[in-house]
Design a protein around this ligand. Sequence first.
Ligand code: SF4
Length: 366
Amino acid sequence: MKYIDEFRDPDQARILLQRITKLADQVASLRSTPLQIMEFCGGHTHTVFRYGIEQVIPKSIELVHGPGCPVCVLPREAVDHCVAIAERPDVIMTTFGDAMRVPGSRKNLLQAKAEGADVRMVYSPLDALSIARNSPDKEVVFFALGFETTMPSTALTLQQAYGERLQNFSVLCHHVTTPPVLTEILQDNQLQLDGFIAPGHVAMIIGEQPFQFVACDYGKPLVISGFEPVDVLQAMLMLLTQIHQGRSQVENQYLRVVRQSGNASAQLALCEVFEIGEKVTIRDRYAPFDAMVRFAGHCQSDALPESISEPSYCAEVLKGRIRPLQCPLFGKHCSPSDPQGALMVSSEGACAAYYQYGKAEAMAEI
Ligand code: SF4
Protein backbone atom coordinates (compact mmCIF):
# COMPACT_ATOMS: atom_id res chain seq x y z
CA MET A 1 0.00 0.00 0.00
CA LYS A 2 1.54 3.29 -1.11
CA TYR A 3 2.60 5.60 1.73
CA ILE A 4 1.87 3.12 4.52
CA ASP A 5 3.85 -0.07 3.98
CA GLU A 6 7.08 1.77 3.18
CA PHE A 7 6.80 3.72 6.42
CA ARG A 8 6.35 0.51 8.42
CA ASP A 9 9.12 -1.33 6.65
CA PRO A 10 11.27 -3.23 9.22
CA ASP A 11 14.39 -3.07 7.00
CA GLN A 12 14.12 0.70 6.71
CA ALA A 13 13.56 0.93 10.47
CA ARG A 14 16.66 -1.21 11.14
CA ILE A 15 18.87 0.95 8.91
CA LEU A 16 17.62 4.12 10.61
CA LEU A 17 18.14 2.59 14.02
CA GLN A 18 21.77 1.73 13.21
CA ARG A 19 22.39 5.32 12.09
CA ILE A 20 20.63 6.71 15.20
CA THR A 21 22.72 4.47 17.48
CA LYS A 22 25.98 5.49 15.82
CA LEU A 23 25.19 9.20 16.01
CA ALA A 24 23.78 8.97 19.55
CA ASP A 25 27.04 7.32 20.70
CA GLN A 26 29.05 10.18 19.24
CA VAL A 27 26.81 12.82 20.85
CA ALA A 28 26.69 10.93 24.18
CA SER A 29 30.49 10.82 24.37
CA LEU A 30 30.45 14.64 24.59
CA ARG A 31 27.95 14.95 27.43
CA SER A 32 27.14 13.48 30.81
CA THR A 33 23.34 13.39 30.63
CA PRO A 34 21.02 11.59 28.18
CA LEU A 35 19.64 13.54 25.25
CA GLN A 36 16.05 14.52 25.91
CA ILE A 37 13.75 14.64 22.91
CA MET A 38 10.11 15.57 23.33
CA GLU A 39 7.50 14.13 21.04
CA PHE A 40 4.95 16.91 21.42
CA CYS A 41 1.99 15.02 19.99
CA GLY A 42 0.11 12.13 21.57
CA GLY A 43 -0.11 10.54 18.12
CA HIS A 44 3.68 10.17 18.15
CA THR A 45 3.62 8.85 21.72
CA HIS A 46 1.26 6.11 20.58
CA THR A 47 3.52 5.24 17.64
CA VAL A 48 6.49 5.06 20.02
CA PHE A 49 4.63 2.58 22.25
CA ARG A 50 2.83 0.63 19.59
CA TYR A 51 6.03 -0.16 17.69
CA GLY A 52 8.30 -0.52 20.72
CA ILE A 53 10.53 2.36 19.62
CA GLU A 54 11.43 3.32 23.18
CA GLN A 55 12.81 -0.17 23.78
CA VAL A 56 15.13 -0.22 20.76
CA ILE A 57 16.65 3.26 20.72
CA PRO A 58 19.94 3.75 22.59
CA LYS A 59 19.75 4.48 26.32
CA SER A 60 21.48 7.80 25.70
CA ILE A 61 18.22 9.10 24.17
CA GLU A 62 15.34 9.78 26.52
CA LEU A 63 11.94 10.38 24.97
CA VAL A 64 9.84 12.88 26.90
CA HIS A 65 6.13 12.59 26.21
CA GLY A 66 4.59 15.98 25.55
CA PRO A 67 1.15 17.49 26.03
CA GLY A 68 0.09 17.40 22.41
CA CYS A 69 -3.41 16.12 22.81
CA PRO A 70 -6.31 18.57 22.63
CA VAL A 71 -8.39 16.67 25.17
CA CYS A 72 -5.44 16.58 27.59
CA VAL A 73 -4.93 20.35 27.57
CA LEU A 74 -8.62 20.99 28.19
CA PRO A 75 -9.05 22.82 31.51
CA ARG A 76 -11.59 21.40 33.96
CA GLU A 77 -13.50 24.71 33.78
CA ALA A 78 -14.17 24.11 30.09
CA VAL A 79 -15.98 20.87 30.93
CA ASP A 80 -17.85 22.69 33.71
CA HIS A 81 -19.09 25.33 31.24
CA CYS A 82 -20.13 22.64 28.88
CA VAL A 83 -21.99 20.60 31.53
CA ALA A 84 -23.75 23.74 32.81
CA ILE A 85 -25.05 24.50 29.31
CA ALA A 86 -25.87 20.85 28.55
CA GLU A 87 -28.06 20.64 31.64
CA ARG A 88 -30.44 23.25 30.26
CA PRO A 89 -33.63 21.49 29.11
CA ASP A 90 -33.69 23.38 25.80
CA VAL A 91 -30.16 22.33 24.78
CA ILE A 92 -28.77 19.47 22.72
CA MET A 93 -25.03 19.32 23.43
CA THR A 94 -22.86 17.68 20.79
CA THR A 95 -19.17 16.79 20.79
CA PHE A 96 -16.55 14.14 20.00
CA GLY A 97 -16.55 10.86 21.96
CA ASP A 98 -13.34 11.55 23.93
CA ALA A 99 -14.58 14.93 25.14
CA MET A 100 -17.60 13.31 26.78
CA ARG A 101 -15.44 11.45 29.31
CA VAL A 102 -13.12 14.25 30.42
CA PRO A 103 -13.69 14.93 34.13
CA GLY A 104 -15.23 18.24 35.17
CA SER A 105 -15.38 19.57 38.72
CA ARG A 106 -18.75 17.95 39.36
CA LYS A 107 -19.24 15.51 36.51
CA ASN A 108 -18.40 14.81 32.90
CA LEU A 109 -20.76 15.04 29.93
CA LEU A 110 -21.52 11.31 30.00
CA GLN A 111 -22.68 11.57 33.59
CA ALA A 112 -24.79 14.60 32.69
CA LYS A 113 -26.30 12.51 29.90
CA ALA A 114 -27.04 9.64 32.30
CA GLU A 115 -28.87 12.16 34.49
CA GLY A 116 -31.08 13.25 31.61
CA ALA A 117 -29.18 15.92 29.65
CA ASP A 118 -29.38 15.56 25.88
CA VAL A 119 -25.72 14.99 25.03
CA ARG A 120 -24.87 13.42 21.67
CA MET A 121 -21.62 12.17 20.20
CA VAL A 122 -20.81 13.41 16.70
CA TYR A 123 -17.96 12.70 14.29
CA SER A 124 -17.75 16.24 12.94
CA PRO A 125 -19.22 19.69 13.62
CA LEU A 126 -21.20 19.29 10.40
CA ASP A 127 -23.12 16.46 12.10
CA ALA A 128 -24.01 18.94 14.85
CA LEU A 129 -25.16 21.41 12.23
CA SER A 130 -27.50 18.87 10.71
CA ILE A 131 -28.94 18.07 14.16
CA ALA A 132 -29.65 21.81 14.49
CA ARG A 133 -31.43 21.90 11.13
CA ASN A 134 -33.59 18.96 12.20
CA SER A 135 -34.35 20.28 15.70
CA PRO A 136 -35.55 23.88 15.24
CA ASP A 137 -37.18 23.96 18.70
CA LYS A 138 -33.85 23.18 20.47
CA GLU A 139 -30.58 25.05 20.96
CA VAL A 140 -27.87 22.86 19.45
CA VAL A 141 -24.36 23.50 20.79
CA PHE A 142 -21.12 22.00 19.48
CA PHE A 143 -18.35 21.69 22.09
CA ALA A 144 -15.34 22.39 19.87
CA LEU A 145 -11.85 21.38 20.90
CA GLY A 146 -8.64 20.45 19.22
CA PHE A 147 -5.47 21.97 17.84
CA GLU A 148 -5.10 23.55 14.42
CA THR A 149 -5.97 20.18 12.89
CA THR A 150 -9.63 20.32 13.82
CA MET A 151 -10.07 24.11 13.79
CA PRO A 152 -10.72 24.38 10.02
CA SER A 153 -13.74 22.06 10.21
CA THR A 154 -15.21 24.17 13.03
CA ALA A 155 -14.52 27.34 11.01
CA LEU A 156 -16.18 25.95 7.87
CA THR A 157 -19.18 24.81 9.93
CA LEU A 158 -19.57 28.30 11.42
CA GLN A 159 -19.35 29.84 7.94
CA GLN A 160 -22.07 27.46 6.79
CA ALA A 161 -24.30 28.23 9.79
CA TYR A 162 -23.78 31.94 9.10
CA GLY A 163 -24.67 31.50 5.42
CA GLU A 164 -27.85 29.60 6.31
CA ARG A 165 -28.71 32.14 9.07
CA LEU A 166 -29.40 29.24 11.44
CA GLN A 167 -30.93 30.58 14.65
CA ASN A 168 -30.43 27.59 16.93
CA PHE A 169 -26.78 26.62 16.46
CA SER A 170 -23.70 27.73 18.40
CA VAL A 171 -20.16 26.61 19.15
CA LEU A 172 -18.52 26.45 22.58
CA CYS A 173 -14.99 27.18 21.43
CA HIS A 174 -12.14 25.58 23.35
CA HIS A 175 -9.69 25.23 20.48
CA VAL A 176 -6.02 25.63 21.33
CA THR A 177 -3.11 26.53 19.07
CA THR A 178 0.21 24.73 19.28
CA PRO A 179 2.77 27.59 19.60
CA PRO A 180 1.58 28.88 23.03
CA VAL A 181 1.66 25.33 24.44
CA LEU A 182 5.19 24.86 23.06
CA THR A 183 6.20 28.23 24.53
CA GLU A 184 5.03 27.17 27.97
CA ILE A 185 7.20 24.06 27.77
CA LEU A 186 10.19 26.03 26.50
CA GLN A 187 9.89 28.50 29.38
CA ASP A 188 9.81 25.74 32.01
CA ASN A 189 13.19 25.88 33.74
CA GLN A 190 12.81 22.35 35.04
CA LEU A 191 12.88 20.97 31.52
CA GLN A 192 16.13 20.78 29.61
CA LEU A 193 14.93 19.44 26.30
CA ASP A 194 17.38 19.03 23.42
CA GLY A 195 14.87 18.93 20.57
CA PHE A 196 11.28 18.47 19.49
CA ILE A 197 9.39 16.13 17.21
CA ALA A 198 6.49 18.30 16.02
CA PRO A 199 3.04 17.18 14.87
CA GLY A 200 2.72 16.66 11.13
CA HIS A 201 -1.05 17.07 11.04
CA VAL A 202 -0.86 20.51 12.70
CA ALA A 203 1.92 21.56 10.32
CA MET A 204 -0.21 20.39 7.40
CA ILE A 205 -2.53 23.31 8.25
CA ILE A 206 -0.16 26.00 9.57
CA GLY A 207 3.04 25.12 7.68
CA GLU A 208 6.58 25.43 9.00
CA GLN A 209 6.80 29.12 9.82
CA PRO A 210 4.84 29.12 13.14
CA PHE A 211 7.44 26.69 14.56
CA GLN A 212 10.43 28.87 13.68
CA PHE A 213 10.48 30.59 17.07
CA VAL A 214 11.52 27.30 18.70
CA ALA A 215 14.78 27.35 16.74
CA CYS A 216 15.27 31.12 16.47
CA ASP A 217 14.26 32.31 19.96
CA TYR A 218 15.05 29.22 22.03
CA GLY A 219 17.86 27.64 20.02
CA LYS A 220 16.22 24.20 19.92
CA PRO A 221 16.01 22.00 16.83
CA LEU A 222 12.54 20.87 15.74
CA VAL A 223 11.55 18.31 13.14
CA ILE A 224 7.98 18.05 11.81
CA SER A 225 7.18 14.36 11.56
CA GLY A 226 4.64 11.89 10.22
CA PHE A 227 3.12 9.22 12.41
CA GLU A 228 4.41 5.90 11.09
CA PRO A 229 7.38 4.24 12.84
CA VAL A 230 9.83 5.00 10.01
CA ASP A 231 8.67 8.65 10.10
CA VAL A 232 9.41 8.92 13.81
CA LEU A 233 12.81 7.20 13.51
CA GLN A 234 13.75 9.41 10.57
CA ALA A 235 12.69 12.54 12.51
CA MET A 236 14.82 11.36 15.42
CA LEU A 237 17.81 10.90 13.12
CA MET A 238 17.28 14.40 11.66
CA LEU A 239 17.21 15.85 15.17
CA LEU A 240 20.35 13.97 16.20
CA THR A 241 22.12 15.17 13.07
CA GLN A 242 21.28 18.78 13.95
CA ILE A 243 22.41 18.32 17.55
CA HIS A 244 25.63 16.65 16.40
CA GLN A 245 26.35 19.50 13.99
CA GLY A 246 25.40 22.17 16.56
CA ARG A 247 22.48 23.42 14.46
CA SER A 248 19.00 24.49 15.57
CA GLN A 249 16.56 24.60 12.69
CA VAL A 250 13.02 23.69 11.77
CA GLU A 251 13.09 20.74 9.37
CA ASN A 252 10.31 18.83 7.72
CA GLN A 253 10.41 15.03 7.63
CA TYR A 254 6.74 14.82 6.54
CA LEU A 255 7.34 16.26 3.07
CA ARG A 256 4.79 13.94 1.49
CA VAL A 257 2.01 15.78 3.36
CA VAL A 258 3.28 19.08 4.81
CA ARG A 259 3.89 22.04 2.54
CA GLN A 260 6.21 24.76 3.77
CA SER A 261 3.37 27.31 3.81
CA GLY A 262 0.68 24.86 5.00
CA ASN A 263 -2.86 24.87 3.68
CA ALA A 264 -3.79 28.36 2.46
CA SER A 265 -7.56 27.83 2.21
CA ALA A 266 -7.75 26.34 5.72
CA GLN A 267 -5.72 29.29 7.06
CA LEU A 268 -8.11 31.70 5.34
CA ALA A 269 -11.14 30.08 7.00
CA LEU A 270 -9.37 30.15 10.39
CA CYS A 271 -8.52 33.84 10.07
CA GLU A 272 -12.03 34.77 9.05
CA VAL A 273 -13.77 32.97 11.90
CA PHE A 274 -11.29 32.99 14.79
CA GLU A 275 -9.33 35.62 16.66
CA ILE A 276 -6.08 33.78 17.35
CA GLY A 277 -3.88 35.01 20.18
CA GLU A 278 -2.93 33.36 23.45
CA LYS A 279 -6.48 32.01 23.29
CA VAL A 280 -8.71 31.15 20.36
CA THR A 281 -11.99 33.06 20.32
CA ILE A 282 -14.79 33.46 17.80
CA ARG A 283 -14.74 36.80 15.96
CA ASP A 284 -17.50 39.38 16.54
CA ARG A 285 -19.02 38.75 13.14
CA TYR A 286 -19.86 35.23 14.27
CA ALA A 287 -20.93 36.23 17.80
CA PRO A 288 -24.53 34.97 17.33
CA PHE A 289 -23.00 31.50 16.93
CA ASP A 290 -20.70 31.81 19.93
CA ALA A 291 -22.06 29.75 22.85
CA MET A 292 -19.93 31.85 25.25
CA VAL A 293 -22.03 34.84 24.18
CA ARG A 294 -25.34 33.07 23.79
CA PHE A 295 -25.12 31.34 27.17
CA ALA A 296 -23.06 34.00 28.92
CA GLY A 297 -24.82 33.44 32.27
CA HIS A 298 -23.82 29.78 32.19
CA CYS A 299 -20.21 30.47 31.30
CA GLN A 300 -19.34 32.71 34.23
CA SER A 301 -17.35 31.21 37.04
CA ASP A 302 -19.89 32.22 39.71
CA ALA A 303 -22.43 30.07 37.87
CA LEU A 304 -20.14 27.10 38.28
CA PRO A 305 -19.51 24.84 41.25
CA GLU A 306 -16.43 25.44 43.33
CA SER A 307 -13.64 24.10 41.22
CA ILE A 308 -11.96 20.86 42.18
CA SER A 309 -8.55 21.02 40.67
CA GLU A 310 -7.12 18.42 38.36
CA PRO A 311 -4.83 15.95 40.16
CA SER A 312 -1.53 17.86 40.20
CA TYR A 313 0.22 14.84 38.69
CA CYS A 314 -1.61 15.45 35.41
CA ALA A 315 0.04 18.85 34.96
CA GLU A 316 3.42 17.30 35.74
CA VAL A 317 2.91 14.57 33.14
CA LEU A 318 1.57 17.09 30.63
CA LYS A 319 4.72 19.13 30.88
CA GLY A 320 6.96 16.09 30.64
CA ARG A 321 8.31 16.56 34.20
CA ILE A 322 7.23 13.10 35.32
CA ARG A 323 6.23 9.95 33.50
CA PRO A 324 2.76 8.43 33.88
CA LEU A 325 4.14 5.57 35.96
CA GLN A 326 5.41 8.08 38.51
CA CYS A 327 1.85 9.19 39.21
CA PRO A 328 0.70 7.32 42.36
CA LEU A 329 -2.83 7.11 40.95
CA PHE A 330 -1.78 5.32 37.76
CA GLY A 331 -3.49 1.96 37.36
CA LYS A 332 -4.80 2.01 40.95
CA HIS A 333 -7.21 4.91 41.16
CA CYS A 334 -6.89 6.09 37.57
CA SER A 335 -7.53 3.87 34.56
CA PRO A 336 -9.31 4.27 31.21
CA SER A 337 -12.52 2.91 32.77
CA ASP A 338 -12.28 5.28 35.74
CA PRO A 339 -10.11 8.23 34.63
CA GLN A 340 -9.11 10.94 37.09
CA GLY A 341 -7.48 13.09 34.44
CA ALA A 342 -7.83 13.77 30.74
CA LEU A 343 -4.52 12.08 29.94
CA MET A 344 -6.13 8.75 30.79
CA VAL A 345 -9.29 9.54 28.79
CA SER A 346 -8.02 10.60 25.44
CA SER A 347 -6.94 8.06 22.88
CA GLU A 348 -3.86 10.28 22.44
CA GLY A 349 -3.12 10.81 26.13
CA ALA A 350 0.27 9.72 27.49
CA CYS A 351 -1.30 7.88 30.45
CA ALA A 352 -3.71 6.05 28.14
CA ALA A 353 -0.75 5.07 25.93
CA TYR A 354 1.18 3.68 28.90
CA TYR A 355 -1.91 1.83 30.05
CA GLN A 356 -2.75 0.43 26.62
CA TYR A 357 0.70 -0.57 25.42
CA GLY A 358 2.74 -0.94 28.55
CA LYS A 359 0.20 -2.12 31.08
CA ALA A 360 1.85 -5.43 31.90
CA GLU A 361 5.26 -3.91 32.59
CA ALA A 362 3.66 -0.88 34.21
CA MET A 363 1.65 -2.95 36.65
CA ALA A 364 4.75 -4.92 37.56
CA GLU A 365 6.54 -1.69 38.44
CA ILE A 366 3.85 -0.21 40.69
S1 SF4 B 1 -2.55 8.51 35.90
FE1 SF4 B 1 -4.46 9.75 35.96
S2 SF4 B 1 -4.19 11.20 37.65
FE2 SF4 B 1 -2.16 10.38 37.15
S3 SF4 B 1 -1.31 11.80 35.66
FE3 SF4 B 1 -2.31 10.22 34.46
S4 SF4 B 1 -4.40 10.98 34.11
FE4 SF4 B 1 -3.51 12.26 35.76
